[in-house]
Design a protein around this ligand. Sequence first.
Ligand code: C2E
Ligand code: MG
Ligand code: MG
Ligand code: MG
Length: 291
Amino acid sequence: RSKSQSGAAIHFYAHDMSAGTRDWIELEADLRNGLDEDRFEVHYQPQYELATGKLAAFEALLRFRRHDGLLLSPGDFIAVAEESGLIEAIGDWVLQEVTLQIADWSRQGLAPVPVAVNVSARQCLGRSLARRVEQALRQSHIAPSLLRLELTESTAMGDVDHVAALLADIRALGVHLSVDDFGTGYSSLSYLKRFPIDELKVDRSFVRDLVSDPDDAAIVRATVALAHGLGMRVVAEGVETVEQLNLLASQQCDLVQGYLFSKPLPAETVVAEGLLMPAEVPTRNLRLIRS
Ligand code: C2E
Ligand code: MG
Ligand code: MG
Ligand code: MG
């Protein structure tokens, strides 16, 4: 076989292609088809207010039903979605799905609870995110304060002026903003002054050994002090034990989220498990019972 024959050269290349590359290409095609075939799902993980124990919000976490039926978590597909640019269309789908779900819960007579949507750095490159958010709000007729966006520090590492303007536009719509995985990125803290941020989320890696590692405890304490000093709330993610919860309470952390309370749940399960309360609490009847 001569390499001067182009057919042979292509064959040579295809044969040499690593299994990883083939998987990547296959997954990209599957994600593309999955959008048309409605194979994405959003699961909802509750966040609770530490002081009262009340349900405060949900985080929307994306799942993908692969062609063979296996349910994938973002760790298995989000890098492919980002690299291929598909994250734009997928992110749009998530925004629509979540805002329509909030509207649907409200139609069912359930008291409104805000939902936070994760946004990749790539989705913040152009100016379109503010328009897409506005469109999702308009289409669902929900109160903008019921939608939150979670951004990571990597978003702040690009063009800071651009991101500041974009986030100001989104915040002006009434949508609240959180910094996810706080303390794990490489950005400077100065973006906290430039961006209209409402909330910091302490990364799971600092919560995990919080009880045994004084360094982690110091980082959490400092994050709470920083957030409160800047007028922001603090959420601890990945809370799995009562010991972690007690320590977070003693450090004045505002909200908690993790397997100790609940895994991320499909929307139907959120309702079936009774996590959402009726909008009209029958206080009159409660008073009658007491007297
Ligand atoms: P994240 O936003 O930091 O989400 C928290 C992750 O921790 C979720 O993983 C959640 O299921 C997991 N988790 C929550 N509580 C616990 C716990 O107590 N213990 C442990 N071990 N894990 C816990 P998940 O759902 O696999 O999502 C991974 C990441 O994928 C998210 O991290 C987020 O960065 C990204 N992601 C999720 N949904 C979307 C989306 O719609 N769009 C984009 N762009 N990214 C998303
Ligand atoms: Mg998040
Ligand atoms: Mg996080
Ligand atoms: Mg994370």
